[in-house]
Design a protein around this ligand. Structure first.
Ligand code: S3P
Length: 441
């Protein structure tokens, strides 16, 4: 169910049963972009049909690819026929999606097209210089004077570079690698710490050759330009960042036991589950297997008493989107949880450190934040609730505080649920199916 307006969640007992998380957002964007660059017809099963990914699909059509959705007995299959990209007539609009915008900016620079990139108010506030700068170093002509959208890309010939990222951002790394496909010569990206590697894995599945080596604390990824991708079939696993809301609900509501089927457990995405376990929840990965070159498993989570922990900065890349929901879990634990290395949270769909801190305070939980850290004083299961949380155009803030309401004394409300549809359109229905009570406010 795509909800809009406000919603309230109330305590109704344990969260129990089996569920699926929607398709992984990162992998879904990449499958569409690589399919649109590749020769032949690629197919994608399990694509996340959330607003963010649908915007990327629309951008691929505007850039010249054929993108179709067939409804089969096994669910929707997306078919993408790659093409020589052309300059779109109208601006490419990415809504709330930083990933779609940054990845396509890189790929479009490599394809040598002219295009305007734009997004909603949240995306217009997010930093784009981090991706414009390396592309300009490769020879791209990008007007990004104030580092914000809208940005104009003009056709230009690209050449390979060696580029050291200052933040461990998979979006920026991916933008460079996608641009590199259309550049002359070799491009090397050096990341300070390993970030999610779906672009590298999927490029290999589409027939590209990359050299990947450990370097310092991070990785060095090299790719030759001029490689033609070959069509591939992708099966998208469930999104661990979306499954985290279901896992957290089970961890904080006494008596809970959930099994979330077919979730991506790539180690560069699984930091939240390791932390949840360290806090005391019973977390198991069951039936680990491989799906389209990515590790997946069913994840079982059962409630148990939770303790506060210190989450060091080196964990951040593997759970960067999970800090809002981890903060909710921390509020139900006993003792303080301190999370470090969180500077990137200030430039996500909202300033997440501010949004989390305000939301926790509105619900009777003491929290403090600095430039790049957050501390939450756990209430040992006894969270007051009763607050109205401002979601600030941020889907993860909206879902996190609804999960809080499932185990707090008084209901928790959010002012606007519309953004939930960017990444988890069936969030409310899925939680209701597990026994959660969420209703229009
Ligand atoms: C993503 C990378 C992360 C993450 C985002 C998805 C991706 O952003 O927060 O939701 O698909 O590459 P950064 O790479 O900017 O950290």
């Amino acid at each position: 169910m795509a909800a809009s307006g406000g919603l309230s969640a109330r305590r109704a007992g344990a969260i129990r049963g089996e569920a699926r998380a929607p398709g992984d957002k990162s992998i879904s964007h990449r499958a569409l972009v690589l399919g649109a660059l590749a020769g032949g017809e690629s197919t994608v099963a399990g694509l996340l049909e959330g607003h963010d990914v649908l915007r990327t699909a629309a951008a691929m059509r505007a850039l010249g690819a054929e993108v179709e959705r067939d409804l089969t007995d096994n669910g929707p299959i997306w078919r993408i026929s790659g093409a020589q990209w052309r300059s779109p007539e109208r601006a490419l609009y990415f809504g709330n999606s930083g990933t779609g915008c940054r990845l396509v900016l890189g790929a479009a620079a490599g394809a040598g097209v002219a295009a305007r990139f734009d997004g909603d108010l949240s995306l217009r506030n997010r930093p784009m210089r981090r991706v414009a700068e390396p592309l300009i170093a490769m020879g791209a002509k990008v007007d990004a004077a104030d580092g914000r959208l809208p940005i104009d890309l003009h056709p230009g010939a690209l050449h390979g570079v060696e580029y050291a990222l200052t933040v461990a951002s998979a979006q920026v790394k991916s933008a460079i690698l996608l641009a590199a496909l259309g550049a002359k010569g070799k491009t090397t990206v050096i990341e300070p710490a390993p970030s999610r590697d779906h672009t590298e894995r999927m490029l290999a599945a589409f027939g590209a050759r990359l050299d990947i080596a450990a370097a310092g604390g991070g990785r060095r990824i090299a790719i030759e330009g001029g490689q033609q991708l070959k069509a591939a079939s992708v099966e998208v696993p469930g999104d661990p960042s979306s499954a985290a809301f279901l896992a957290a609900a089970a961890a904080i509501a006494p008596g809970s036991d959930v099994l979330i089927r077919n979730v991506l457990v790539n180690p560069l995405r699984a930091g939240f589950y390791a932390t949840l376990k360290e806090m005391g929840a019973a977390v198991e990965f069951v039936g680990a297997r491989n799906l389209s070159g990515e590790p997946v498993a069913d994840i079982r989570v059962r409630h148990a008493p939770l303790n506060g922990v210190v989450v060091p900065a080196q964990c951040a890349p593997s759970m960067i989107d999970e800090y809002p929901i981890l903060s909710i879990v921390a509020a139900f634990a006993s003792g303080t949880t301190r999370m470090e290395g969180l500077a990137e949270l200030r430039v996500k769909e909202s300033d997440r450190l501010a949004a989390i801190e305000d939301g926790l305070k509105a619900n009777g939980v003491i929290a403090k934040s600095g430039l790049d850290w957050l501390e939450v004083q756990g209430r040992n299961g006894d969270v007051a609730g009763g607050g109205l949380v401002k979601t600030r155009l941020d889907h993860r803030i909206a879902m996190s505080f609804l999960v809080m309401g499932l185990a707090s004394e008084k209901p928790v409300s959010i002012d606007d649920a519309a953004m939930i549809a960017t990444s988890f359109p069936d969030f409310v229905a899925t939680l209701r199916g597990l026994g959660g009570e969420i209703a229009p406010q």
